[in-house]
Design a protein around this ligand. Structure first.
Ligand SMILES: [Zn+2]
Length: 670
């Protein structure tokens, strides 16, 4: 209710004038008001009370939509709406569409003007004026800023963002300790990300919370604007449709449009997942998988998409019966498709006209693999396919039905030490460093004007949620090996900027110390089944008792075993209830995204952190009421290398990083 008074009503209705402001609030169901003005601004949110210039920011010519939600008086309708910037009417058509979210007064409309841009640097006043059917008018005011780009030096040609999902300082420290160890108080060998010369401390709040999810966490870096949790490349609106929200232009779209740059998206998750989609897709619902993957293909001309690799084949396979559940067809030759009308997209006419986007269609029977291949893309279903794909063609790699297996399980599969990858049905999945090298080869061959590449270590987050220590640490090592590949590319292609960062911290990970016992002794203690007296006391070593855990790396770059004597121990601050025995979990937790999740052998996996490690009977009570650990509002360490890294440093908001990258790409850096 706090947004009802943020406008000035000019009306002929004398009874309203007599009631005054307080009564206007009480009767606001019938009050003519502007209840939302987009882009968001503190000026509008506080009805002009706040002088703090907390406003949306853009680079010159970056496109974005103007939108207002307008509520008429009872029995009235809104007949027109006009947007003004700095007091001048913005040309172009304003579309009035019904507001469809529940609880709004009758005849509430959403007025939209698509794909506006402004080239004049500075703070601009934004206002909307609307007229209702009895000729009463209403107006509201906000603002936005256009940020200068200066000619500073040589431009950055290639931008590589290495995104450790959920990777905070705790995850980085754990990977450093496990990969190379500490001796005489110093890292024996630094992580690749530790060798980057420039660092920053990044704040990650979203538009609607101090704690972000992966959607704003990623897209804030590549749009310069804050979105709300679960939203990608859009601001909130008052319609229920997932794909019609007011948009703002991605780095990929801007640089494809103005410089002809290409885009690569590489992840170990399902490619529809929040981080990869937040490089290119505009939606208020990160879960709308069918529409998200369709937009990758349909709007590849706008984003420059040239490489797309990860899991997520389930969205690309046809589902002619529109079966709504990924497991509903397992008994009848089900092909693993998750395509469904409920997660697909169609766009309104004004959006298509303004942005030049594809219209979309509800088409569960679409064969998206064939669509990609039909326009000259290579398709890789395995590591072997990927390695042999020509660099001269765009590349689609889909190595699992949903999220790919985790580094620990992929490596154990390669060592013939476990069958987890066979349980998933995908024994030949690439490691992320191999995917990174291939993506760079393809982009290098096909991007004369440069590229934007995002590489995500996705399960650092997913396994930190699961409080599965060894799985998130090995995924952090896998990302670091990918960072070494990206750094090597930048070293030989000097107009390249590499940024290592995270969308947010996950789980409040902290290295709390080391085990005081051998692995054999730990197993003996677990077998007693008497909980903390055996599995905590005498085991968890803090301060001096932690010592220097020492793992041994195999030739493949990963520990020969993670069940060493005197192992590293991890705690979780944003934790759910779990049983803990400190030993490596033989199986990952069940992944609800996986088709086949409800059938053997995946049903043998533990359902949650209370279904694992139960023998030792040491339960750690969580602080949050959820099955798994949560994200935190902790700051993120960012590391940068290469052309443009001089523009990074200090404590930055994640949106600040966008303006540094765009300065480097457009105006150059010293
Ligand atoms: Zn997460």
């Amino acid at each position: 209710m706090r947004i009802r008074t943020k406008n000035l009503k000019i009306t002929a209705c004398s009874w309203l004038a007599a009631l005054g402001a307080t009564s206007l609030l009480a009767s606001d169901a019938s009050a003519l008001i502007v209840s939302r003005l987009t882009p968001p601004s503190e000026l509008f949110a506080t009805n002009g009370a706040s002088a703090t210039p907390i406003i949306a920011r853009f680079i010159p010519y970056q496109r974005f939509d103007l939108q207002a939600t307008i509520r008429p008086d009872a029995a009235q309708t809104i007949t027109s709406a006009t947007f003004l910037v700095d007091g001048v009417v913005v040309p172009g058509s304003v579309t009035l569409a019904p507001a469809t979210v529940a609880g709004l007064p009758a005849n509430t409309v959403v007025a939209t003007l698509r794909a506006y841009s402004n080239a004049t640097v500075g703070v601009h006043a934004l206002s909307v004026q609307a007229v209702q059917s009895d000729a009463a008018t209403v107006a509201a005011n906000g603002n936005f800023e256009v940020v200068a780009i200066s000619n500073l030096g040589r431009r950055t040609k290639n931008i590589i963002i290495m995104l450790g999902d959920g990777m905070g300082s705790g995850h980085r420290a754990a990977a450093r300790i496990m990969q190379n160890g500490i001796a005489q108080g110093k890292a024996r060998t630094r992580l690749a990300m530790d060798t980057f010369p420039v660092s920053a401390n990044v704040t990650t709040a979203s538009l609607n919370s101090i704690v972000t999810d992966s959607s704003p966490g990623m897209q804030n870096y590549v749009t310069g604007n804050k979105s709300a949790n679960n939203q990608e490349g859009v601001w909130p609106d008052d319609t229920t449709a997932n794909f019609d929200n007011p948009r703002f232009e991605y780095m990929s779209e801007y640089l494809a449009r103005t410089q002809g740059k290409k885009l690569g998206v590489v992840t170990t998750s399902d490619v529809f997942d929040a981080t990869p989609a937040s490089m290119a897709i505009h939606t208020q619902n990160r879960g709308a998988g069918t529409g998200i993957v369709d937009q990758y293909f349909d709007d590849r001309g706008q984003t420059g998409l040239t490489v797309l690799m990860g899991g997520g084949r389930k969205w690309f396979l046809p589902n002619p019966t529109n079966c709504p559940d990924v497991d509903c067809g397992t008994a009848t030759g089900f092909n693993g498709s998750a395509r469904a009308n409920s997660t697909d997209y169609t766009l309104p006419a004004d959006l298509i006209a303004g942005w030049g986007s594809s219209a979309g269609a509800l088409d569960p029977a679409r064969d998206l693999l064939s669509d990609f291949q039909g326009v000259g893309w290579s398709y890789a279903a395995t590591e072997n396919d990927m390695a042999t794909a020509p660099n001269s063609q765009p590349l689609l790699g889909l190595f699992a039905l949903s999220n790919m297996n985790i580094a620990l399980d992929k490596i154990n599969g390669r060592r013939a030490a476990s069958t987890i990858v066979d349980d998933y049905g995908f024994p030949d999945q690439p490691m992320l460093d191999e995917m990174t090298a291939k993506a760079l080869s393809v982009l290098d061959a096909q991007s004369p004007n440069g590229f934007v590449l995002m590489v995500e270590g996705a399960s650092i987050d997913k396994q930190a949620h699961n409080m599965d220590t060894e799985r998130f640490v090995l995924d952090t090592i896998e990302l670091d090996r990918s960072i070494a590949v990206a750094k090597q590319y930048a070293a030989t292609h000097p107009d390249t900027l590499v940024i290592v960062t995270a969308d947010h911290e996950c789980a409040g990970v902290a290295v709390i110390g080391g085990s005081q016992v051998t692995d054999a002794a730990l197993q003996t203690r677990i077998a007693t089944g008497i909980g903390a007296a055996q599995v905590r006391s005498g085991v968890v070593g803090t301060y001096d008792a932690a010592g220097f855990p020492r793992y041994t790396l195999a030739a493949d770059g990963y520990p020969t075993t993670t069940d060493i004597d005197y192992r590293m121990l991890i705690g979780y601050a944003a934790n759910a209830d779990r049983f803990e025995d400190w030993r490596t979990n033989p199986q990952p937790l069940r992944d609800s995204q996986q088709p086949g999740n409800a059938v053997a052998p995946l049903t043998s996996y533990p359902a949650g952190p209370l279904n694992r490690d139960v023998i030792g009977n040491f339960q750690v009570t969580g602080q949050i009421a959820d099955a798994v650990a949560a994200h935190t509002a902790n700051d993120i360490p960012l590391s940068a290398y290469g052309r443009g890294s001089s523009l990074i440093g200090g404590t930055m908001d994640n949106t600040d990083v966008f303006f540094s990258i765009m300065q480097a790409a457009i105006g150059g850096a010293k």
